[in-house]
Design a protein around this ligand. Structure first.
Ligand code: APR
Length: 256
């Protein structure tokens, strides 16, 4: 696919003029890192399950070991992936505009791994655990060394209340972390430019953020391999893989 250089120049000019850039990312940015999709994590032993039946509080209550083991498998898969040039380009953007806030729907931690310093995780992070009862307040994070070790192959337990630990990710039917969604909404309203990357723009409430930005007067740049729900709102649509488009965008910003 050939990149539209004129559109990249236009996007670079918008970004150069901004004081605060809000970046909203979805699964598409991690695609070129090979981050496993829900389909991939339902392979092998897990093929007989449906993620909607595993990634829920009631599934965990019913069978904590099953859900914990599925996440252990997902963590193993994730341990093998690394940030791609798209993640690195977003980190590099921090040296080109005064302020960049990355709002992500991904739980893979790859933005921080690439060096982005202000990352708002709307759906949590697979590498962290918290107490299932959130006994010390929501969220009660528990570091691996503080956890009560697993007994009989069950999940480790909270050192405060002995509830099982669970991954710190948003499950089906759960609310998004309040502080993260509040900050994401505020940043979306304050930014002069919102750069949307690799999200289908259909999963709420993240999908509403570009609307907030637009209504507050921001320009929208959309990066996706194909037109999506955001494209119609965008001032510039950069069609192509994020791992190619974003490094090019940063390069143009550096040299003009
Ligand atoms: N570069 C840019 N965009 C890409 C690339 C790529 N290399 N590959 C795919 N895309 C685009 C797709 O065209 C699609 O629009 O990324 C988008 C991915 O969409 P979804 O799979 O719906 O992911 P996302 O928008 O993050 O979904 C939100 O839904 O499944 C839940 O919790 C999950 O966080 C996820 C949320």
């Amino acid at each position: 696919m050939t990149l539209d250089l004129e559109a990249i120049e236009q996007a670079a000019a918008m970004l150069r003029g901004a004081r605060l850039v809000a970046v909203l990312t979805g699964a598409g940015i991690s695609k070129e890192s090979g981050v496993p999709t829900f389909r991939d994590v339902m392979s092998g032993l897990w093929a007989q399950y449906d993620p909607q039946q595993l990634a829920t509080p009631s599934a965990f209550r019913k069978d904590p070991k099953l859900v914990w083991d599925w996440y252990a498998w997902r963590r193993e898969l994730l341990a093998k992936v690394a940030p791609n040039p798209g993640h690195y380009a977003l980190a590099a953007l921090e040296s080109l505009v005064p302020e960049v806030a990355v709002i992500t729907q991904n739980v893979d931690g790859l933005h921080r791994a690439a060096g982005s310093t202000d990352v708002i995780e709307l759906h949590g992070n697979l590498s962290r655990n918290k107490c299932f009862a959130n006994c010390q307040g929501d969220p009660t994070y528990v570091a691996p060394e503080a956890a009560l070790p697993p007994v009989d192959d069950m999940p480790p337990r909270c050192p405060h209340c002995e509830s099982y630990l669970r991954p710190d990710v948003v499950w089906f039917g759960e609310a998004l972390p309040g502080a993260a969604i509040a900050r994401a909404a505020a940043v979306s309203r304050q930014a002069e430019v919102m750069l949307v990357v690799g999200t289908s723009g259909v999963v709420q409430p993240a999908a509403a953020l570009p609307d907030y930005a637009l209504r507050a007067g921001a320009r929208i740049i959309d990066v996706n391999v194909q037109p999506d729900a955001i494209t119609a709102l965008a001032d510039v649509f950069l069609q192509g893989p994020a791992g190619e488009v974003l490094p090019r965008l940063v390069e143009v910003m550096r040299h003009r």
